[in-house]
Design a protein around this ligand. Sequence first.
Ligand SMILES: *Cc1c(COP(=O)(O)O)cnc(C)c1O
Length: 229
Amino acid sequence: MSITSAIQQIKSELPSTVQLVAVSKFKPASDILEAYRAGQRAFGENRPQELAAKAAELPADIQWHFIGHLQTNKVKQIVPFVHLIHSVDSEHLLECINREAEKAGRKVNVLLELHVAKEESKTGFTPDELDKLAETMASDSPYPFVSVKGVMGMATNTDNEDEWRRCFRLIAAAAHRIENTLAGNAAKPMIISMGMSEDYPVAIEEGSTMVRIGSSIFGARDYSKPFTI
Ligand SMILES: *Cc1c(COP(=O)(O)O)cnc(C)c1O
C-alpha cells in the first residue's frame, strides 16, 4: 500500500477526537513529503539530530513531535521549534527543558511519560511518581517555561491484548488524575498519547486521544542503515 493510501485509510477509521502522529523515524524526507501532500502535518521522530535535519529541509508548517528517550545534552537541538515532546521521563529532563525553553524565549509543550509496561528497558514515571510531580506543578510550577499537555505511554511488547488494555487503562487513569491535580493549570482536554501500529485500536477503546503510527504508514524500518535525508 502507498503512504498516501495508508494515511487515508487510517484517518478514515480514527474517531474525530483522536489525532494522528505519523512516526517518520529512519524514513527519508521524500516519504515525509508524500505524507505531507496527503494532508498529514504531525510527524514523530526519536533522534534529535535527525529531527533537526528534517525540520530544516521540510515545509515550515509541519508540527514536529519528539517521541524517543531524550538525553539532556540534546535538548537544545530541538527546543527552539519542537511542537510537543512526548517523552519527558524524569524531573531532571523537565528542569533541562525548562532552562533551554527560557533561553529560546518560548514555552515548550510536553507530555509526561508513564512506565506501566513490563519491560525494564522502557523509561518513564511510575503512576505514584507522576502524581507527586503533578502536585509540585499544581500552583506555582517550578518549570514556568514548560506546559504539561498530558501523558504518553507504551504498552508491553506482547501479543496479549489484555496486557495492552491493562497498560492503556493505567495511562488513561493517570491522565485523569493529573488533570484534577493540575486543575486550572491543566490543558483541557489532556492529551493521552498511546497506541502504535499494532495496538492503536485497543488504545483508542481505552481513551487515547493521540496515536503514534509508523510502520503501518511508512512500512518496516531498516535500523541497519545510517540516517541520510
Ligand atoms: C517507533 C515508535 C512508534 C511507532 O511504532 P510503529 O510500531 O512503527 O507504529 C510509536 N511510539 C514510539 C515511542 C516509537 O518509538
